[in-house]
Write a protein that binds this ligand. Structure first.
Ligand code: L34
Length: 310
């Protein structure tokens, strides 16, 4: 059986449309949702992802305000930028594109952000709330994967989901989200310390490949009819392409597509969802800020605002 190819672009377009509608409603209240995009250095992949995010923001009627810093920027200077953005009421969300140059401590920078503006969901407070099931922004790529599963009608209740990769931005949060009661999957995480990942993937109803290793998932590792979600975005040198590289996922696409029940392509699968979920988080951050201001103009709102500052 050939797999159903999941059209991430189409699902992402639907999510972007929702963001656009909600942004227009805010615009009518005099608030233009604004994301500050901080990029240190000139990593080519980061440059292209940031460009994709800014284009999508503009398309949804939101502002992307770019802060470009040289690769040699000091940590203190970068922290200064974050502090200024925290204090700027016209900025609703802050995104620091990763990876940062190696002399900068990612943890220090992410922790400096106001969690209310953490639209990437990377701040320790956001991660804590995600794990505990509280309020806060969900990280965009894992949330995008969840929405793809839901929109495609892929059953998760009681399903065995095997994640490959334990990164802070994909593997770890996905494990927390997939094991939530409302998703109800049984989760296995494979990583570089796993002796024989195929042992687990062969049993999986859902495989999520987020290891950053092209070709990691071969057809022999996949159960007939499984859903295969490819989070890998590997740039592989290719002189025959005009860009000089080819984009490959972590999945050996052709052979796996013959065997799987569903598969996401690369490009056009999870990548566009990451961008779309970011737009939804930005519009939500702006809604929260606008509601806090209008709430503060009423007596109960003033009490709520005072409570928030305790
Ligand atoms: N702070 N850093 C922060 N937040 C993020 O959510 C990210 N990530 C990852 C890298 N660093 C980050 C992204 O935005 C990866 N990532 C990302 C974003 C967009 C796409 C892929 C990864 C994407 O649009 N991919 C397209 C193809 C792009 C191309 O041709 O290069 C796709 O169709 O898969």
């Amino acid at each position: 059986m050939a797999a159903k190819i999941i059209d991430g672009k189409a699902v992402a377009a639907k999510m972007r449309e929702e963001a656009r509608t909600r942004a227009a409603a805010l615009e009518a209240r005099g608030v233009r949702p604004c994301l500050a995009v901080v990029l240190a250095g000139e990593d080519p992949a980061s440059l292209s992802y940031v460009a994709a995010k800014e284009k999508a923001l503009a398309g949804a009627g939101m502002e992307g305000r770019e802060f470009r810093l040289p690769a040699g920027v000091g940590e203190a200077e970068l922290l200064g930028v974050i502090n200024a953005l925290n204090a700027d009421e016209t900025v609703h969300g802050i995104l620091v594109q990763l990876p940062l140059p190696s002399h900068i401590r990612e943890k220090a920078v992410i922790s400096a952000m106001d969690p209310a503006k953490d639209v990437d969901g990377f701040h320790p407070v956001s991660v804590g709330n995600m794990v505990l099931g509280g309020k806060g922004f969900l990280p965009c790529t894992p949330h995008g994967v969840l929405v793809l599963l839901r929109e495609e009608g892929i059953p998760t209740d009681g399903a065995h989901a095997v994640i490959l990769g334990r990164s802070n931005i994909v593997g770890k949060p996905l494990a927390a989200l997939l094991s939530r009661r409302e998703v109800n999957a049984t989760v296995t995480i494979c990583h570089t310390g796993t002796r024989n990942p195929g042992l687990y993937t062969k049993e999986a109803d859902i495989i999520i490949a987020a290891a950053g290793r092209p070709g990691l998932i071969s057809a022999g590792m996949v159960k007939e009819g499984a859903a295969v979600i490819d989070v890998g975005v590997n740039r592989v040198a290719d002189s025959s392409s005009k860009k000089g590289y080819r984009l490959l996922g972590d999945v050996d696409y052709g052979p796996v597509a013959e065997k799987a029940g569903w598969i996401t392509p690369v490009p056009g699968g999870v990548g566009p969802m990451t961008v779309a979920m970011l737009l939804l988080n930005v519009v939500e951050a702006a809604e929260n800020a606008a509601n806090a201001v209008s709430g503060a103009n009423t007596a109960s709102g003033a009490r709520a605002a005072a409570a928030r500052h305790d």
